[in-house]
Design a protein around this ligand. Structure first.
Ligand code: AMP
Length: 147
């Protein structure tokens, strides 16, 4: 049986993120697979006015968001002993970036939560749903329950 060689875990840093990363780490050890980690800073909303498309946010805020995300993912990567060339911090559409990074790096398993900050009201969160529909590799949606 073919086993997984290259795993990508997607983190949003909300509650229960540890449950997802711990499972991804255990799988990577079990399969002796490379473990990558990704966080995506969501697309910022754009205002499409009659005078053109503008971002209501200033560059300082965007830089601050990226800097904070960079620090948080670095701490997590260190904890999981993931080398820096396997750490992905992207900006854009979350599901598209997860799928793109997975494809470009020949990832064979994406590990993510069934739900994140978008709540437990849906059967499957919107990011998880989008990745499941578009990824070409296997996707493990770790079932997260209300605490
Ligand atoms: P959601 O479908 O948005 O409720 O989130 C489901 C899972 O998608 C989360 O548990 C994370 O594994 C992943 N995810 C959500 N947002 C992000 C993000 N901004 N960056 C990376 N992974 C994310």
């Amino acid at each position: 049986m073919e086993t997984y060689q290259n795993i990508l875990v997607a983190v949003d840093f909300y509650e229960q993120s540890d449950e997802i990363t711990n499972k991804a780490l255990a799988l990577s050890k079990m399969y002796k697979a490379k473990l990558n980690i990704i966080h995506v800073v969501d697309n910022l909303p754009m205002l499409d006015s009659g005078y053109g498309v503008e971002s209501p946010f200033n560059m300082d805020l965007i830089t601050e968001l990226m800097d904070n995300a960079k620090k948080r993912i670095a701490v997590l990567a260190k904890k999981l002993q993931i080398p820096s060339d396997q750490v992905w911090l992207e900006m854009g559409s979350t599901k598209s970036e997860i799928v793109r990074v997975a494809e470009e790096n020949k990832v064979d398993l994406i590990v993510m939560g069934s739900h994140g900050r978008h709540g437990l009201a849906l059967l499957l969160g919107s990011t998880a749903n989008g990745v499941l529909h578009h990824a070409k590799c296997d996707v493990l949606a770790v079932r997260l329950k209300a605490e």
